[in-house]
Write a protein that binds this ligand. Structure first.
Ligand SMILES: [Cu+2]
Length: 663
């Protein structure tokens, strides 16, 4: 009797302990490990849990009383769920519904034990793609999983991030039990000019930023309202297109032209990528004319959505479904338009404004087989992981960006009073040498291979070239009247176009790259403030490798020590790509520092708390976007008279050059 009581106490302790970070991290690692194979018997507890956990029986531990879990179980019991070993696309309505059923189950779990029980159970019974998506979204949004670090997606589902040539060699390595590292080339050949910037569209860090952005701000989101989600949709994608154009500039390419529904899609794309299950990603030849896509949209529907949105911009208001109007000729308008164009569940009238962005992704993705004659799986445009590989991604986003600009450029320019901040004069800014280079990066392909308990493990890695920059920082010299918290925004703006024509501020402002936004306490008198590129609030460092996360969590669990991980956020532009690639002569850019009052801060701790250091493009989880001013301020409005900005002592801009050095 006494023994039993002791055992019970121990069990309770273990369960309570189960909530510590080491255990939660370990569980997430193991759930995602070798995702295309059943849970390996080297994880006996998890395997056991996947067999013994009773989702319906644990409905009492669900916040919704078990509605979500009973719904998913009904679908499972009726055999309606998508099979395993099948491709998954979030844009496929039924597949998304299934993935979201699991998200719903996981986000309704009252505690970690129920979360992991359900996860283990459904891992073995649901489609792997749906499962991975659900785990990533649920961990990103679940209160008790916030400190868990999600393994890099390129190591969980390598097929979505690397070429079929590399994976073929990995399969051979496994079959012959010969470890290997395989060099990944970017898609295409030198005959294709777009090849020069493929390093950007195919950068695995940028791809994972893009996926995570869409996981943090899902278009289907039904939970608590996310602050300025529509505006962030505009801003994050605007910055991607602007950055891509800057990369093109240093590679002697013109900026991306927008997409036109009634003209051929100029660039084709051969992805050289395979689904793990489902065959090859379809290839699209050059100069393909748009065709209606069966079951998705007709091209004239797309034009209709565009014209309704352009009408709203011209009118200065959008029509709600009840017939009333919302004025958009104000700071909030971009948020309304962003939601309508994507469209997200925040759209004020989806049946009228449609879903221009989401439908366009599907229409573009299906152009190789628009009528399903060849039973091709979805194209690269139909996955956030792979979309930016296709040059048409940037054409599409330039097209939408131009619609957003049409709205922004209709608003009145900022006045001197809007821009003024008397307290601080910037007397100079010293910027370290800016220089980029390519390096090789190694990542693990182990998860791409099938495995079983009796098959020996073989180390297989991909080696991928990627852009990086030399560490740099800058010194801001300032004179302040009195001590105060101030808002600082730092931009980099290319100075010339690809023909060498110098752009004035009005012509160039929309090409501005946000390098950082931060808050500091200035002191009265003359001082310097040093800022390092690594502190940037738009960029995040490399994610810890999957193997490293496994090692850290396993060691912490085994030794009973506390697991400390400080890589909270997966959304964020890669730190390596903070600067666009330079060139031999040095890509000339304006380096702009703009200081305004600390009143622009939406939180009062921003000078001491960077809230994860990724808020520039990704906001603050569960909170307000930190900068109250419109995203892109002060370059988001027309500047008919540059002097209005240049005369402000709190505005400073000077020329810098970004060099590129090959080893
Ligand atoms: Cu996107």
């Amino acid at each position: 009797m006494k023994w039993l009581a002791v055992a019970a106490v121990l069990l309770v302790a273990a369960v309570a302990e189960g909530a510590d970070l080491a255990h939660r991290q370990q569980a997430v690692n193991r759930l995602l490990y070798r995702i295309h194979s059943p849970i390996l018997s080297k994880f006996p507890e998890l395997k056991q849990l996947s067999n013994s956990f009773d989702p319906r029986g644990n409905a009492g531990s669900c916040k919704d009383g078990g509605n979500a879990v009973n719904h998913l179980m009904d679908e499972l019991d009726a055999g309606r769920l998508l099979e395993q070993h099948h491709w998954f696309s979030l844009f496929n309505t039924r597949q998304r519904e299934e993935a979201l059923m699991l998200v719903d189950v996981l986000l309704n779990c009252e505690n970690f034990e129920t979360f992991v029980g359900n996860a283990a159970f459904f891992r073995e019974r649901m489609n792997e793609g749906e499962f991975v998506y659900a785990i990533y979204v649920a961990v990103s949004h679940s209160d008790f999983m916030q400190d868990v670090v999600l393994p890099p997606l390129y190591e969980v589902t390598p097929h979505m991030f690397t070429n079929s040539e590399v994976l073929d060699r990995a399969y051979t390595a496994k079959m012959t039990q010969t470890p290997g590292e395989f060099h990944m080339d970017f898609t295409g050949s030198k005959k294709n000019k777009e090849q020069r910037v493929a390093y950007f569209g195919e950068d695995i860090g940028m791809n994972s930023h893009h996926v995570h952005w869409h996981m943090d701000f899902p278009f289907w989101w039904h939970g608590d309202e996310i602050d300025r989600k529509g505006e962030l949709f505009f801003w994050a994608h605007h910055q991607l297109t602007v950055r891509f154009d800057a990369e093109r500039l240093s590679n002697y390419l013109p900026p991306v032209d927008e997409l036109y529904w009634d003209r051929p899609i100029k660039e084709g794309f051969a992805p050289h990528t395979n689904y793990k299950y489902g065959g090859e990603f379809p290839t699209r030849p050059d100069n393909k004319n748009f065709e209606d896509v069966d079951g998705v949209a007709r091209i004239r529907d797309m034009k209709e959505m565009e014209s309704r949105i352009r009408d709203a911009i011209a009118h200065g208001y959008v029509d709600k479904s009840d017939g009333s109007h919302i004025d958009i000729d104000n700071n909030h308008g971009i948020d309304v338009l962003g939601a309508a164009i994507e469209s997200s569940t925040s759209s004020v009238n989806p049946s009228y404004y449609g879903a221009l962005h989401n439908q366009a992704h599907r229409v573009l993705g299906a152009q190789a087989d628009p009528h399903g004659k060849f039973n091709m799986p979805p194209g690269v445009m139909e996955h956030f992981e792979t979309a930016t590989r296709d040059p048409s991604f940037f054409r599409l986003h330039k097209y939408m960006d131009n619609i957003f600009k049409e709205h922004k450029d209709k608003l009145p320019p900022y006045t001197a009073a809007d821009l003024k901040y008397d307290n601080v004069e910037i007397t100079g800014v010293d910027v370290d040498e800016l220089s980029t280079f390519f390096e090789d990066f190694k990542f693990d392909l182990g998860n791409s291979l099938d495995t079983a308990d009796n098959v020996k493990h073989v180390e297989v890695h991909a080696l991928v070239p990627r852009l990086n920059h030399k560490p740099f920082g800058y010194n801001i010299h300032y004179k302040a009247d009195h001590a105060e918290t101030v808002t600082v925004r730092v931009y980099l703006t290319p100075k010339y176009d690809n023909n060498g024509v110098r752009l004035d501020m009005e012509e160039g402002r929309w090409n501005s790259i946000l390098l950082d936004t931060f808050w500091v306490n200035v002191q009265a008198g003359e001082h310097d403030y040093h800022r390092d590129a690594t502190q940037s609030n738009v960029a995040i460092p490399d994610r810890p490798a999957f193997q490293e996360l496994i090692r850290l969590a396993d060691e912490a669990v085994a030794s009973g020590s506390e697991l400390v991980l400080d890589h909270g956020h997966s959304c964020g532009h890669p730190q390596r790509l903070l600067l666009p690639k330079g060139n031999e002569k040095g890509l000339e850019c304006w380096f702009t520092v703009f200081v305004t009052s600390g009143d622009d801060a939406a939180h009062d701790d921003l000078h001491s708390n960077d809230h994860g250091g990724n808020h520039g493009y990704c906001g603050i989880h569960g909170g307000q976007y930190p900068d109250k001013r419109p995203m892109g301020f002060p370059f988001d409005r027309r500047i008919p008279n540059a002097a209005v900005l240049l005369e402000q002592p709190n505005f400073h801009s000077h020329t810098v050059r970004v060099y590129h050095k090959e080893e």
